[in-house]
Design a protein around this ligand. Sequence first.
Ligand code: GDP
Length: 316
Amino acid sequence: MTFVVGLDDPVFVAGHRGLVGSAIVRRLEAEGHRNVLTATRSELDLRDQGAVAGWLSANQPRAVYLVAGTVGGILANSTRPAEFLYDNLMIHANVIEAARHAGVERLLYLGSSCIYPRLADQPIVESALLTGALEPTNEAYAVAKIAGIKMCDAYRSQYGCRFISAMPTNLYGPNDNFDLRSSHVLPALIRKFDDARRSGEGAVTVWGTGTPRREFLHVDDLASACVFLMEHYDQPGQINIGYGEDVAISDLAGMVRDVVHPTAEIVYDSTKPDGTPRKLLDSTRLQELGWRPSIGLEQGVASTYEWYLQHAGELR
Ligand code: GDP
């Protein structure tokens, strides 16, 4: 079942500027791939059906990593639902349909753990999909992501396309979004504690109650899992990619504080939403295929903070 992508074969990474896409490009290049194709938004608007069809037929990639999309944390998701639905539905539909026409041999579509019901049993197994109501703060994004999984499955069953779906847990690492209005919690905390350290502020505000639990996977581990799945996995339905352990947001806040600004006091703003109470994926299927993460959370927070310090000037 192994699918070998030759080092000179064209491989398209859709979404290469983002947290995930940039990590997949780094990983492929580190493995020696010499023909990794990318396109910036101004070169190729993935929401434009004609442009996407033309680009894929001209460039003829053998494999596609579909990791592009409009993404964001709990606030962006709940205040911009129309954008999250429209952009993501269009991007998934256009790339998947154009990949079929261009004869792409393999496509990996990346979703998100928010596709699972808000109150799914923990850890969340793949079969929990569509068994209950979604978390309202990210429902628009989740609905678009579920449509993408169903598209891959439909293209597999109707057209025989070897398109696969993988669902990562919460991700973090280099090239994350550190903008407090749209970021996820881990980069937001790095930024908040660093801002407080720089300005001499003694307290940092953490949204919600601190009790929700989340699982965090370093994006370099995710990229390694995606490349592994492209080569070793070829089945319908989605496969989870998790770290295997979760932490309370209050524990995460303490961990970031210890790395960034150890004397800071943590204050909780319970007027902000908590979102899903717990989100831990069951990644047994992936582990049984032989893949394991290698970057622990404390190590990952420290290295991401190092990256942030080197790039903070560009991000402000
Ligand atoms: P989610 O996993 O989809 O809920 O997305 P987030 O990463 O945005 O939020 C995870 C949890 O962290 C939620 O309970 C948030 O309320 C909490 N949180 C605490 N402080 C922050 C913050 O400064 N930014 C964000 N985005 N979330 C925060």
